[in-house]
Write a protein that binds this ligand. Structure first.
Ligand code: 13P
Ligand code: ZN
Length: 271
């Protein structure tokens, strides 16, 4: 059996959480990541018949029975994942009853998965239904995206349109746009259900005055989606109070989308 601490998926979690922390997106315990793993890959590192303990998920996860995820722990600081993965991360498998998580490794101090597990697993279910290759769901509190929530209408057409205008490549990176939820109580099944509903249509969902969710096939893709939104939001926050002299026009956004052959939300433009 190989050493789990050297597993590529543990390395990816360490690298990504450290990166996100240094970017200021994950203060204190802010943010969480879940990453769907291949059973065969995990079997190289762990005895899959050995369940350390079981933890109720608190919602229906029947669609994910047998699936294995590596997930950040609740109350854990992204800052600390790199130096202490065994306490800050856990590997869980959804049990046969569809409501229990079987802990296979991690959360060694007796803790448990993120309080946002409903939003994560429900989003995985929603994304897998539209893209069977989806693997990652990521939540964080990026500074400029959050700032923009306070000064820009929380309307997904207008919010997406503004982001697209801020950097030339935005419409190419997230042509499907950004879903937007109003402020809601976090850590609940309700916000999980609302997020998953948006995830049927979008790979990015803003949680009003809280943060953002991203979903993708790889850690890089998911990180890149959030990073691009955050960059656009930063440009917006640097310019929103100044007279706008130049902008990327809607017909130029169409040119971009057509040249790069992406399916984009035409209804989010004002043509
Ligand atoms: P957890 O510490 O439970 O992951 O919560 C952090 C967070 O960002 C809540 O939305
Ligand atoms: Zn949060």
């Amino acid at each position: 059996m190989k050493n789990i601490l050297n597993a590529p998926f543990v390395e990816e979690m360490k690298k990504t959480t450290a990166n996100m922390y240094r970017l200021g997106w994950d203060e204190r315990n802010g943010g969480n990541i879940s990453y769907l793993l291949d059973e065969s890959e995990v079997a190289e590192y762990l005895d899959l018949t050995h369940v350390v303990r079981t933890i109720p998920t608190g919602f229906d996860t029947a669609a994910l029975i047998g699936k294995i995820f590596i997930v950040t722990g609740t109350g854990k600081y992204f800052k600390n994942v790199e130096s202490d993965p065994a306490n800050n991360l856990g590997i869980i498998r959804i049990g046969e009853d569809g409501t229990t998580a079987e802990l296979l490794w991690g959360y060694e101090d007796g803790s448990r998965f993120t309080s946002e597990l409903p939003a994560h697993l429900m989003s995985h279910m929603a994304r897998l239904a539209v893209d069977p290759e989806n693997r990652v769901v990521m939540h964080c509190h990026p500074t400029h995206t959050l700032a923009m929530n306070y000064v820009h209408e929380l309307n997904e057409k207008k919010f997406t349109h503004t982001l697209w205008e801020m950097c030339t490549e935005c419409i190419v990176v997230f042509p499907d746009g950004v879903g937007v939820l109003p402020w809601m109580l976090c850590g609940t099944n309700s916000i999980g259900e609302a997020t998953a509903e948006k995830m049927k249509e979008f790979r990015l969902v803003i949680w009003g005055m809280h943060g953002i969710y991203g979903a993708g096939k790889t850690m890089d893709e998911t990180f890149g989606l959030i990073e691009t939104v955050e960059k656009a939001a930063q440009i917006y926050m640097l310019t929103a109070h100044l007279p706008r002299i130049n902008t990327i026009k809607d017909k130029e956004l169409v040119e971009l989308a057509e040249f790069f052959e992406v399916e984009y939300r035409k209804d989010f433009l004002n043509l």
